[in-house]
Design a binder for this molecule. Structure first.
Ligand SMILES: NC(=O)C1=CN([C@@H]2O[C@H](COP(=O)(O)OP(=O)(O)OC[C@H]3O[C@@H](n4cnc5c(N)ncnc54)[C@H](O)[C@@H]3O)[C@@H](O)[C@H]2O)C=CC1
Ligand SMILES: O=P(O)(O)OC[C@H]1O[C@](O)(CO)[C@@H](O)[C@@H]1O
Length: 387
């Protein structure tokens, strides 16, 4: 069985690669990072280590790499007979790999390969695979789209495992938290007979992805932005500060109330889920930088993203969202020299009116929310500690 995986980065190697290998796949990783691609082709294997007291090592074998910047034809050839295609490349990069996936679909059609295959985007976003499908279809003629409709699935997915930035001598080595959860929307699959072990298949992904995004991702980002605001650079240091932990709990209470009201989750079970998440953020065996967790703040301020969507939906339902608003104000103060979006955001705040920046970044039209975010930013800017 053959897999093509786009993005040989932290989650690609540290989670998707592990799961595909465990399921007996030969994996071709596609990436533009030459060091990683060369190492994959030289060694055909790599090591994952669990960040807990066990320090258990897991070997991933039967892997190779293709540099899509240099060898796009090899990617198309690999897609031609792949049994599964996955991505973990970043939401903003999906549109750049879409032409290659489209070429792979055309090639399958030309070679009369009518075997059904699923393309699964494993990104932190709602509707990731369907968004990728839209980008791919923009590169297909109607006849190719018809072929794709019959044999290619784009099931949405939610992936959950904290994999921090890696700093090791071995460029392939990856340290990961023990927890992992990969859920795929079964109803959108072209090849539902191909079920991976250790992957959960759900008839409706929405509750899973919202629970994950608005708990793990909203929560982690809250620790990052609140921590940075107080002058921390590391998640472990930030969450050890009682103010940061309190803010995390307040935010999780708000998203929890919304999720319970919306999806009828059992409150006790949801609270246990939240406690587990807090424990995962506190994992002393992981060293996770605030720069990573808070990266791309403009994306995280998006209309359907981890803060604005729960705020909108809580407001619609008459539920509380004050803590979420407080964190949003702090996002606008997030100034990370290495993060392009954070620099862009700081530049926008210098060149445009505050109201314009908030409208542009959040996509909101609700005047009350726009004003509340402006007030929250002003408060955050006035109280920010040196970072
Ligand atoms: N790291 C984590 O804990 C988790 C990450 N995710 C999601 O997984 C995705 C990837 O995140 P990470 O693995 O952390 O990032 P990463 O930066 O470690 O990996 C991304 C990889 O994509 C490659 N890449 C970038 N542009 C490319 C292009 N045009 N063509 C081919 N390769 C390209 C990069 O070289 C890099 O190796 C994101 O959507 C993230 O939200 C989801 C759950 C957990
Ligand atoms: O910025 P992104 O791409 O959403 O990724 C960061 C997120 O990934 C995770 O490590 C796992 O989902 C979160 O803890 C963190 O919020």
């Amino acid at each position: 069985m053959k897999a093509v995986h786009f993005g040989a980065g932290n989650i690609g190697r540290g989670f998707i690669g592990e799961t595909l290998a465990e399921n007996g796949f030969e994996i071709k990783f596609v990436d533009v990072n030459e060091t990683i691609i060369d190492a994959l082709n030289a060694r055909h294997g790599y090591t994952i280590q669990l960040a807990d007291e066990s320090q258990k090592k897991i070997q991933v074998a039967h892997v190779s790499g293709i540099n899509n910047g240099k060898d796009p034809d090899k990617v198309v050839a690999a897609l031609e007979d792949a049994d599964i295609v996955t991505t973990a490349i970043g939401p903003k990069i999906l549109k750049f790999i879409a032409p290659l996936i489209a070429a792979g679909i055309q090639s399958r059609k030309q070679h009369h390969n009518e075997k059904k295959v699923d393309v699964i985007a494993c990104e932190n976003m709602i509707g990731g695979s369907q968004a990728l499908k839209k980008e791919v279809y923009a590169h297909l003629e109607p006849a190719d789209q018809e072929f794709a409709d019959q044999v290619i699935g784009f099931p949405n997915a939610a992936v959950d495992r904290i994999v921090p930035l890696q700093k090791h001598e071995d460029p392939l080595f990856v340290s990961v938290e023990p927890f992992k959860e990969w859920v795929v929307d079964e109803s959108q699959m072209a090849a539902p007979e191909l079920k991976l072990k250790k992957v959960h298949y759900a008839p409706d992904l929405e509750p899973f992805i919202e629970r994950k995004l608005f708990s793990v991702n909203t929560g982690h980002a809250t620790v990052a932005y609140t921590g940075k605001h107080k002058g921390y650079d590391n998640i472990g240091d930030a969450i050890a500060d009682p103010d940061v932990l309190r803010q995390l709990k307040r935010v999780l209470k708000e998203t929890g109330d919304l999720l319970i009201a919306k999806w009828d989750f059992d409150r006790k079970e949801h609270e246990a889920y939240q406690e587990k998440i807090i424990g995962r953020f506190e994992n002393k065996y992981l060293s996770d930088e605030i720069a990573r967790v808070g990266r791309t703040p403009i994306r995280k301020l998006g209309y359907d993203e981890r803060f604005i969507r729960p705020i909108r939906e809580a407001k619609e339902r008459g539920l509380g969202y004050a803590a979420l608003l407080e964190t949003v104000g702090k996002i606008y103060t997030f100034n990370e020299p290495q993060d392009e979006e954070s620099q862009k955001l700081q530049q926008m705040l210098k060149e445009e009116s505050l109201e314009e920046v908030i409208r542009e970044t959040t996509g909101l039209k609700d005047e009350e929310l726009l004003q509340a975010i402006a007030a929250s930013y002003k408060e955050a800017a006035a109280t920010k500690q040196n970072a």
